[in-house]
Write a protein that binds this ligand. Structure first.
Ligand code: ATP
Length: 410
């Protein structure tokens, strides 16, 4: 689990056979457009039939979000790097199972300062490489969400997806922090800049929604309320920085499996799991107010109201009982609040300050209840174009303020 994977720029790359530009309507690419279930992504990952209809092209994904114009002016032939944030769901209210296999959500996303970087470079044939502690768990074929994003953008514009994608991965894989979704959003923005396709904001958001429920938020960042399967975004104000510790578990949890377990637990509890049994999910007013005020103590209260703000927490704990030990260790170490992040198994702890977060992370590492603990602040900007790498190959530097593709909704 630990250690840098051999995969990387100098290791084996993952050549994949992309569809032709016209193949967006082919059976394999149709699974991209069909999305999957809520919290699902291309290929039908979550607890839903793979044929279940997801967001369609032209969906309302991200309507109401007003990103700035994308700055996409790389020198001809230059590579382009985009930085993308992880997210924590400060509230995840899950409605009942719909007949189409989805669940309606009230999903309060907050982008946090753990990032992947996606570099797109010209290539004769598509290829993908990944580096980072979890690189070995990331597919190197066209099932990689970043590759799917490149293919989909190319198909929209009738061009071949000739690109070498490199993912410098720092977001835990299968950790409930939307790392794959982040990579998809990053690849989309990077390829748009590399190819000069100049996709509009609406087109980018619609392609994101085709790729998966969490992808539109990865593009916009900041904080947002996601309705529907989570892809119908309304930006939220955030009045100040929040400081988090993320306890990273060994191994991942399958998001579809966690949704199925949520449904199963509702059935066995006697309340029922269907959309007629479960109240419509609603955002918590105190939680939104706490975010808007930048009030960590109030946010902590809202995170812990009713035990947790995450309706998937019981299911994640059922599948991974050891997470209860991690939550207890965080509470003992003075966290203001602790919840499972999304579908887990990462757990998220709110701290009162940056210093308290560092101390909390050290205590969690010492507790032996997690693989590691990472400190991050929020809100973070969405997918952000970094300046193209200079010819010397030196590391790209962040673009000047105002060049973020989509600013945080602060
Ligand atoms: P979410 O919070 O959106 O439910 P997650 O954070 O729990 O997702 P991810 O890290 O996004 O989980 O990835 C889950 C699985 O998706 C991985 O095990 C891997 O098989 C697949 N996957 C496809 N593309 C990627 C990618 N670029 N990065 C990571 N995983 C990917």
């Amino acid at each position: 689990m630990t250690g840098i994977s051999a995969q990387g720029p100098h290791g084996p790359s993952g050549p994949y056979s992309p569809s032709s530009p016209s193949s967006a309507s082919s059976p394999s690419s149709a699974s991209v457009a069909d999305g999957g279930s809520n919290s699902d992504r291309a290929g039908g990952r979550a607890g839903a039939p793979e044929s279940a209809p997801g967001a369609r092209p032209g969906s309302a994904a991200g309507r109401g979000v007003r990103p700035r114009a994308v700055v996409a002016e790389p020198a001809a032939g230059a590579s382009v790097t985009v930085r993308v944030p992880a997210k924590v769901n400060v509230q995840l209210a899950v409605g009942g199972l719909r007949p189409d296999g989805f669940h309606d959500l009230a999903n309060v996303f907050l982008a946090v300062g753990l990032h992947d970087e996606i570099t797109a470079a010209p290539a004769d044939a598509p290829a993908i490489t990944v580096t980072g502690p979890d690189a070995g768990q990331v597919p190197l074929d066209r099932t990689n969400l970043a590759a799917r994003a490149a293919e989909l953008l190319a198909a929209h514009h009738g061009i071949e997806p000739r690109v070498r994608l490199h993912i410098a991965k720092d977001i835990p894989v299968a950790g409930g922090m939307a790392g794959g979704s982040a990579d998809a959003a990053g690849a989309l923005l990077a390829c748009d800049a590399l190819w000069g396709t100049r996709a509009s904001r609406e087109e980018l958001l619609d392609i994101c929604a085709e790729l998966g429920s969490d992808v539109p938020f990865s593009l916009v960042g900041g904080a947002a309320l996601g309705r529907g399967r989570g892809e119908l975004l309304t930006p939220l104000g955030v009045g100040g920085a929040f400081h988090w510790v993320f306890a990273v578990a060994d191994g991942g949890l399958s998001t579809p499996a966690v949704y199925r377990e949520c449904d199963r637990l509702r059935e066995v509890s006697g309340t029922g799991a269907s959309v007629t049994d479960v109240p419509d999910p609603e955002p918590s007013r105190p939680l939104l107010d706490a975010l808007a005020a930048g009030d960590a103590a109030a946010l902590a209260d809202a995170l812990m109201a009713g035990g947790t703000s995450n309706d998937l927490q019981a299911a994640a704990l059922s599948l991974r009982p050891s997470l209860a030990d991690t939550l207890a260790a965080g509470a003992r170490a003075g966290a203001l609040a602790g919840i499972v992040s999304g579908s887990g198994p990462t757990t998220a702890f709110l701290a009162g300050s940056a210093g308290e977060a560092e101390a909390l992370a050290a205590a969690l590492r010492d507790s032996g209840t997690c693989r590691t603990a990472r400190v991050a602040a929020s809100p973070a900007a969405g997918a952000t174009l970094l300046t193209p790498a200079p010819a010397s190959g030196a590391a790209p530097t962040p673009a000047a303020p105002g060049t973020a593709a989509v600013p945080p909704a602060v």
